[in-house]
Design a protein around this ligand. Structure first.
Ligand SMILES: [Ca+2]
Length: 349
């Protein structure tokens, strides 16, 4: 008498689990291997960092560098662009330029918010978008851009990064309407001039974004959130020329085409400097703020206390606001960033 759960084979007694055929064994190995592979894939996916939700607050249309910055956001898988809000001057016209550029780049799903309109500011880029009908834009257009900005921050489960590359009246208005946003967002801004001015001048200057809205900047610097600035000290040195710029000229990427078309229309209209789109870019101040939103190792960053003065300077002062500032480049850092920028833009489809 043998236990009921046992079998015999050629006179030998086997327990049921020992009766597996070679097919069963292979099957088990395949299943185990599949489970292992799935676990590996799962781990790889889990290791991929989630894109950072960002809002782009921009005075696109005046200086061309905002368009380069927007292009870098689109070409950065590290970032998830939730909203573009236009800031200062004719914000509706700026929304039209934004919409045409996003559509040309295949991203007309991105919502656009029209910011608080201000006084007359030249828009040398406007002729590029004069034939564009904003009603034809596929994505949402929010007439209250500040309200849309607040909504994105409020609804986000994660910290939102505000990339601010223009004067900041929208930001001060948003902080007034809902001061709690300062606890749910951090800011990376092209803003200020700490130890260097324009063109690497050893004397700091009232930087345009600060000077154009001193009250807005004072509110942004004083909000108590994590503020990282890309001041003229570093952002004012980014410019593409030579072989790097020629790579852009030779690119067949639709976004690069739209960018260079913009640049060619803008250059003869821009009154504050002369640039030749055939040989080099203009100074690309705003692009650095975008990249710093996901890679702070690009620059040497210092913790400072800064005061925004009524005449638009950002001066060191013991009682000033705590600000993190990208004050310098590591050795070869600027050149590496310029190369990175071109690689990102030309490989984006
Ligand atoms: Ca700008």
């Amino acid at each position: 008498m043998r236990p009921p759960d046992m079998s015999t084979k050629a006179g030998i007694v086997y327990a049921p689990h020992e009766l597996c055929t070679s097919f069963d064994v292979r099957h088990r190995i395949i299943v185990l291997f599949a489970v292992f592979l799935l676990a590996l894939i799962g781990e790889t996916v889990a290791m991929e960092p989630k894109p950072i939700p960002v809002i782009f607050d921009t005075d696109i249309g005046t200086d061309i560098d905002d368009t380069w910055a927007l292009a870098l956001i689109l070409a950065s898988p590290e970032l998830d662009l939730k909203l573009v809000v236009t800031d200062s001057g004719d914000t509706m016209e700026r929304a039209r330029i934004t919409a045409k550029f996003l559509e040309a780049s295949g991203r007309d799903d991105v919502p656009i918010g029209v910011g608080i309109p201000g006084g007359k500011i030249p828009l040398p880029q406007a002729p590029w978008a004069q034939d564009y009908n904003l009603d034809s834009y596929r994505g949402e257009i929010h007439k209250d851009g500040v309200g849309a900005l607040i909504d994105v921050i409020r609804r986000s489960d994660e910290e939102v990064v505000l990339i601010v590359v223009g004067p900041a009246p929208n930001i001060s208005e948003a902080l007034q309407r809902d001061p709690s946003i300062a606890g749910k967002a951090r800011v990376v801004a092209m803003s200020g001039s700490v130890d260097k001015g324009y063109n690497s001048n050893p004397e700091p200057a009232p930087e345009y974004n600060v000077r154009a809205s001193v009250a807005g900047s004072q509110a942004m610097y004083g909000a108590g959130w994590n503020l990282l600035i890309a001041p003229l000290d570093t952002a004012g040195q980014v410019k593409l020329k030579g072989e790097l710029y020629r790579r852009l000229l030779g690119s067949d990427a639709p976004m690069v085409h739209a960018l260079l078309d913009n640049y060619r229309v803008w250059a003869p209209e821009f009154r504050w400097g002369r640039y030749d789109p055939a040989i080099e870019s203009s100074t690309l101040y705003d692009a650095l703020a975008v990249a710093l939103a996901y890679d702070e190792a690009l620059c040497t960053i210092e913790d400072l206390k800064l005061e925004v003065t009524d005449d638009g300077f950002t001066r060191r002062k013991a009682s000033g606001n705590p600000v993190r500032a990208a004050l310098g480049w590591p050795d070869g850092g600027r050149e590496a960033f310029e190369q990175f920028l071109v690689e990102r833009l030309t490989s984006y489809r």
